[in-house]
Design a protein around this ligand. Structure first.
Ligand code: AMP
Ligand code: ZN
Ligand code: FE
Ligand code: FE
Length: 282
């Protein structure tokens, strides 16, 4: 099996780069992509660890953007080591993330909940996100679960929520594409509100900016949705990717290499991607 969408402790996963490769190796995951949010900082370490094992490694990242149906995530895979525009862009995104985090801390403070920015820094190693807030809310006894943290405070309807200041998808797609990465829409049907017709039109439009594929295999997609997305990719000349969106203990239900209880992400996805890359001159 393979897994082309995973998070480490460099963003909001809980496994260190070392633990991630160890787990992949134990489980028999043959190809892995690290796709942390807004940061490339874990890539060198995981690449080094993978090189010392038999696991193939793909450099990746996940970028949040905003579209008609809320947040739309863009995945870059096979990101070249030299990617100056992307690095500049990610730096700007992290700055905006910081501003938002400080704003959410202020809102929590007004609700009588005191979290120090340093406490967030202490439990993260790179990109800070709402899951880190959730962890502290639990540790401090304000809520009992991640779910409660999101429904009460951090989710779109939560009392301390602030939207992320993110750009349009075509901007992220364009930057990744120009820097030489392969570009995918991550978990296109994670939000069940997204109509397939809308997605299909957007996909055509995004192709003009460098979109290469759809993440048809994902833990939030059932078999039917994976089939629908695979069909859409076929019709529009796009590639298909697959990843679990593993976050370690932050998302306990998700298993490395799987998108459902008995649904391993097949190695053929990787082989097809290699074919696509060859055909398109990557
Ligand atoms: P951020 O990038 O700070 O907006 O945080 C996004 C992260 O929060 C993603 O990893 C999401 O999966 C996670 N997240 C969003 N909503 C929820 C929720 N209701 N329960 C658990 N995690 C969530
Ligand atoms: Zn995440
Ligand atoms: Fe995502
Ligand atoms: Fe993700």
């Amino acid at each position: 099996m393979i897994d082309l969408h995973c998070h480490s402790s460099m963003s909001d996963g809980t496994d260190s780069p070392e633990q991630l490769i160890k787990k992949a190796s134990e489980k028999g995951v043959r190809v892995i992509a690290l796709t942390d949010h807004d940061t490339l900082d874990g890539l060198d370490k995981v690449e080094e660890m993978a090189a010392a094992s038999s696991i193939k490694f793909i450099r990746g990242c996940e970028i949040s953007t905003k579209s008609d149906y809320g947040s739309l995530h863009i995945l870059g895979l096979w990101i070249p080591k030299k990617c100056d525009s992307l690095q500049d862009y990610l730096r700007e995104m992290r700055k905006r993330r910081d501003n938002r985090n400080l704003g959410m801390l202020k809102k929590l403070e007004k609700l009588g909940i005191n979290i120090d920015y340093d406490e967030l820094l202490n439990i993260s190693q790179g990109s800070i996100g709402r899951p880190h807030f959730a962890q502290l809310l639990i540790e401090k006894g304000y809520v009992e679960s991640i779910q409660e943290a999101f429904s009460e405070y951090l989710g779109a309807e939560g009392k301390a929520y602030l939207p992320k200041d993110t750009p349009k998808p075509e901007i992220a797609i364009n930057i990744l594409s120009k820097d030489g990465a392969m570009v995918f829409i991550a978990h296109p049907l994670l939000s069940k509100k997204v109509p397939l017709q809308w997605l299909s039109e957007k996909v055509q439009y995004f192709k003009g900016y460098g979109l290469n594929g759809l993440e048809a295999w994902h833990s939030s997609h059932n078999e039917e949705e994976t089939a629908l997305l695979t069909e859409l990719a076929g019709k529009t000349g796009l590639a298909v990717s697959g990843g679990s969106d593993y976050h370690g203990k932050k998302k306990p239900g998700i298993n490395l290499g799987y998108v459902g209880e008995n649904r391993e992400i097949p190695y053929s996805i990787y082989e097809n991607l290699l074919e696509y890359r060859k055909a398109k001159g990557f």
